[in-house]
Design a protein around this ligand. Sequence first.
Ligand code: COA
Length: 248
Amino acid sequence: MPDQIVVTDDGGIRTVRMNRPEKKNALTQTMYAAMTQALHEAANSDAIRCIIVAGSPGAFCAGSDISDFQKRAEGGLKPVTLDFLHALVRNPKPLVAAVDGIAVGVGTTMLLHCDYVVAASVSRFSTPFTKLGLIPEAASSLLGPLRIGHARAFELLVMGHPFSAEEAKAAGLINAVVEAAALEDAALQAAREIAALPAGAVALARELMRGDLDEIARRVDIEAACFKERLRSEEARAAFAAFLARKK
Ligand code: COA
């Protein structure tokens, strides 16, 4: 089986690629653990000056794997997801995302921890948390309104309205929209530009701009506690069962 997270380093840039295209890069516990490790390694490496997170053609990430959610509701899996979210919060390296196509759930909320997001014009951002009986995660209840304002964040995170690439750019969720064929080059160019800047100045400027990381980490934990309760709710169980049993 090919690696579902592929990590490559080149010229001071680490690329962390989600690679489970047959499931639209829905993230399993194993994938979360591999991404966490990739972030930790980058944090401890002077050689790595910027990280790109990328997906597959047409699928950035379909969110957490819903069958994992279902197992967690039944008390099965360890919350590896939480380790990943904390690694994102504490990650000291500039983070660029290259989004092509689907960005659902954590596929969208992880972007709130990114510094520069470029998306293919066909991309669609959505967070159907409440439709699944869940609540926003990844500190998105804090960072979403800060990044795009309460009104738009409510529409995205609570009402579950999808945003097109252009709408996401207008909202300030992402930086740039390009044609799919130009996406990887655009992300690499941004990462190279960041990596070429004086690393100390970039790190300090970024730290000052990101605000109180303890507060962000606390919000991750508060949301996680609520999320855990919600996973066990009748609303969530019914939504997961309906997704997994759906006929296409
Ligand atoms: N968890 C588990 N499996 C998922 C998944 C997820 N989050 N997202 C997609 N998949 C699986 C599908 O079940 C399907 O598997 P199958 O081929 O074995 O039946 C495969 O990935 C391809 O998905 P499909 O639905 O056929 O692709 P699509 O392009 O028509 O739709 C999505 C893509 C992402 C819009 C749709 O799959 C979807 O809504 N997924 C759920 C997203 C979600 O709610 N995530 C959690 C957010 S909190």
